[in-house]
Design a binder for this molecule. Structure first.
Ligand SMILES: [Zn+2]
Length: 336
């Protein structure tokens, strides 16, 4: 590495974990075995987009070495300014990716790169491509120009057509262990994390979840209120359903989080009821509340409640009526 001047960038150094993936990507560049197409898979928040962007920068640098990019060449400078003409990002955001966006790639990819030896197309949440869009992309994947690299990210790999899956190299991201999550939180949070044990177990090995909930006052508020809903429902008063429904309506945009919190709380009650082992609790910081309320629930009812929330998540994803689904859920949660 002696010839590397100051300013060069060791590409994956800023990213914690995923050692196997770093190795595969670095070796593909070093060994001159870069694929024409990749799909980075794994749950939302696992780091697919961050890794894909860094890998793209590496592919475009004119003086890269596989694990370093120079940071000085024109390709690097424009990449860092988000103006590199050989780099294109398509991001589904909240919607889907339609055929028109893929047609643009199709007609653009045949023009040779301007400053690099490659052109890189990054399609974020490619699993949100419509069937037409996927069919269109397939044509490019069947006969890609030699300089083109197409990187897809997908949290739902199965949503990609088999014909696409068979033409892309899959890079599966793994969940982070607690040590890695701690390091990620240390790196990105500007203050120490309260209730670290809860943050680690609730985030389920997903860095994006850990970063979202650590230090978020909004999350703390929603969590307290969600747990209160559970406790109030266990007192069997009719007006509690009305108040609980109001809380759901007012926090509609956080419905996934609320249902996850309620589910883990019921799960903890169930686990404790069965095992009496405090170490197995996700909501370890709420141990006192769990122990004080455990007698109000039976094993059977807790199991039913967990399943009920799972069903509610599913029907909401299928665009069922929000208010009705929540009210039915709350009534059933309250039932003896
Ligand atoms: Zn460079």
């Amino acid at each position: 590495m002696g010839h590397w001047t100051k300013g060069c960038i060791a590409i994956f150094n800023g990213l914690i974990g995923q050692g196997e993936i770093k190795g595969i990507l670095e070796n593909s560049i070093k060994g001159n075995k870069v694929s024409h197409a990749y799909v980075f898979t794994g749950p939302r928040g696992i780091g697919k987009k961050s890794f894909a962007k860094i890998f793209s920068g590496m592919l475009l640098c004119e003086k890269q070495s596989g694990d370093m990019r120079c940071g000085q060449c024109f390709a690097c400078k424009t990449f860092d300014n988000n103006t590199n003409p050989d780099f294109h990002i398509i991001d589904a955001g909240e919607g889907s990716i339609g055929v028109d966006e893929i047609r643009k790639i199709q007609s653009e990819v045949i023009i040779k790169p301007l400053y690099s030896s490659r052109k890189v197309y990054l399609i974020i949440e490619a699993d949100k491509m419509t069937v037409q869009a996927q069919n269109c992309l397939l044509k490019t994947l069947e006969e890609p120009p030699s300089y083109a690299v197409i990187i897809l990210t997908a949290s739902n790999y199965e949503a990609l057509m088999e014909t696409i899956r068979s033409r892309v190299s899959r890079i599966p991201f793994k969940k982070y262990n607690n040590e890695e999550l701690r390091a990620i939180l240390d790196l990105w949070m500007d203050k120490p994390v309260n209730n670290m044990d809860f943050v680690l177990s609730f985030s389920d090995g997903i860095a994006g979840n850990a970063l979202d909930i650590a230090g978020s006052e909004e999350f703390v508020r929603i969590r307290e209120e969600s747990i209160n809903v559970i406790l109030k429902l266990s007192t069997k008063k009719a007006d509690d359903i009305f108040n609980a429904a109001k809380f759901f309506e007012e926090n509609k945009s956080d419905i996934d989080t609320i249902l996850d919190i309620m589910q883990t709380f019921y799960r903890d009650l169930l686990i404790y009821k069965k095992t009496k082992n405090e170490k197995m609790l996700i909501n370890s910081d709420k141990k006192g509340i769990i122990l004080n309320n455990i007698a109000k629930f039976t094993v059977g009812k807790l199991g039913d409640n967990i399943e009920l929330i799972e069903n509610t998540k599913r029907i909401l994803q299928q665009n069922a009526n929000f208010q009705l689904s929540i009210e039915v859920m709350l009534m059933k949660l309250q039932e003896e």
